[in-house]
Design a binder for this molecule. Structure first.
Ligand code: FAD
Length: 449
């Protein structure tokens, strides 16, 4: 018969690891972590590129310098992670049009203000009326390339300027880019080391962590959960903590038997999946301006979101000659579906618009595919502005013996690394409470008998 565990944690991203750590520290010794891919980290993922380490997933520790301390910033400080401050605010003064002219800062500032006003108006319209079409047709909608570019940055890239974002309110407005050869994922390995058997080189040897275990079925009842994996293994547990992304929950990768109740399915459907793609380009030498206030620049094109937001990596890794361009949603899906050579050609076209025909071709490119990765299906969750708290409450509420965690279950910090980290802790604490109650009931029954 299959082995039975107290708790099985599904997924070894930051939320799964933080959840498992809390359980282990509270005496749950017979736990098992099942991870579909061949590594821990999930959406925190480094890659060697052009001689340095780049972050294909989460790159920033967002929310630093405020009243409260961001727990992920504390982890980073504790392990000496190398970071550098990012200041996007200058980007609006480095806006290029298609002929390579930089918009005078006055125009850029005007467009910026107009985009912010239009965004605020949109929010008000949505509050007044659930019908989004009225908001989009409102007269202040962005139209010119520069307005479109700024609107894209506010909504698809930054999001922070139009509503108070709890990350900045609680933890402060500064953001630090992780620029460490060990990668952002070093924080996860440090956490794992504290409760899993690890080799001197930091490799996890503990047999409570199983990689390449793709969970395909959760059969659940009042008495526990039977977990089936793609390779035909069967595990049993009193409880499961499910940390897979919102995109995976929306897909059919995992079959629930019986199916999830209607309220849970509705919450899962209501939450949007954002796709966010950082394309890295390596060049033989620099041809872009660098120095103070030049780290971020914008390309204004009549097609919204077309290679709009750029960053050079000179601050993070001097002499690396690397540029990063961020695409989102439909543009992300479009480039994921085409060969990288095509994407490289498009990016070079855009760079030649900005910097002239004589610049050298990129010698290497990475196009991460978060949308097509069946263990991710997107980059992070985004609750519609008009959705109420109930959606998040339903998202994180357990279904019988299945407890839900992950960044998408974080009430205040969904979409962020610290959201995933804190969600894992919160979910495990809730489960420990449940186990305590269960034990008390058992004891009472025992005494009555
Ligand atoms: P995940 O990391 O997705 O962990 C879930 C795990 O479950 C994965 O390891 C997955 O392989 C596994 N899994 C999936 N299906 C199965 C299955 N069937 N069986 C077993 N295992 C399974 N956040 C920030 O704070 N700052 C940033 O700058 C930032 N930038 C980002 C940029 C990008 C491109 C992306 C993709 C994300 C970014 N984020 C950022 C968000 C941040 O990365 C996530 O919020 C966080 O890492 C999510 O952690 P998680 O544990 O909830 O999910």
């Amino acid at each position: 018969s299959p082995s039975r565990f107290s708790v099985i944690v599904i997924g070894a991203g930051i939320s799964g690891i933080s959840a498992a750590k809390v359980l282990a520290e509270n005496g749950i010794d017979d736990l098992l972590i099942l991870e579909a891919s061949d590594r821990i980290g999930g959406r925190i993922r480094k890659e060697k590129f052009g001689g340095v380490t780049v972050e294909l997933g989460a790159g920033w520790i967002a929310g630093v310098g405020g009243k409260e301390s961001n727990p992920v910033w504390e982890l980073a400080s504790g392990s000496g992670l190398r970071t550098c401050l990012s200041d996007y605010s200058n980007a609006r003064y480095n806006i290029y049009d298609r002929s390579g002219k930089i918009f005078p800062s006055g125009i850029a500032a005007d467009s910026y203000k107009k985009a912010v006003d239009s965004a605020i108006q949109k929010l008000r319209d949505q509050e007044d009326d659930d019908d989004i079409s009225t908001a989009i047709e409102s007269t202040s909608a962005p139209k010119t390339p520069i307005e479109l570019a700024i609107d894209f940055i506010l909504h698809d890239f930054e999001m922070a300027e139009v509503e108070p974002i709890s990350t900045y309110v609680d933890f402060g407005e500064r953001e630090f880019l992780v620029a460490d050869e060990r990668g952002y994922e070093h924080l996860l390995y440090k956490m794992a080391q504290e409760f899993l058997l690890t080799s001197e080189e930091g490799k996890i040897l503990d047999n409570r962590l199983k990689l390449n275990k793709v969970v395909r079925e959760l059969q659940h009842s009042r008495n526990g959960v039977t977990v089936k994996t793609e390779d035909g293994c069967v595990y049993e547990a009193n409880y499961v903590i499910l940390s897979v992304s919102i995109g995976v929950l929306q897909s059919d990768l995992i079959a629930f038997k019986p199916p999830l109740p209607r309220w849970k399915k509705e919450a899962i459907e209501k939450c949007d999946v954002m796709v966010y793609t950082k394309i890295f380009l390596k060049f033989p030498y620099k041809f872009w301006p660098y120095g103070p206030e030049k780290e971020f620049f914008i390309y204004a094109h009549e097609r919204r979101g077309y290679f709009t937001f750029w960053q050079h990596m000179e601050n993070a890794y001097p002499g690396s000659n690397i540029l990063v361009v961020t695409l989102t949603n439909e543009e992300s899906k479009r480039v994921e579906a085409q060969p990288d050579a095509e994407t490289l050609k498009e990016a070079m076209g855009v760079l030649r618009d900005m910097f002239g025909p004589d610049i050298p071709d990129a010698i290497d490119i990475i196009v991460p595919r978060w949308w097509n990765n069946r263990f991710q299906r997107g980059s992070y969750s985004n609750y519609p502005i008009i959705s109420n708290d109930q959606v998040v409450q339903d998202m994180k509420a357990p279904v019988g013996c299945i407890f839900f965690t992950g960044e998408h279950t974080s009430e205040r910090f969904n979409g962020y690394v610290h959201g995933g980290y804190l969600a894992g802790i919160e979910t495990s604490k809730a489960l420990l409470e449940e186990i305590k109650k269960e034990r008390k009931n058992e004891n009472q029954t025992f005494l009555l008998e």
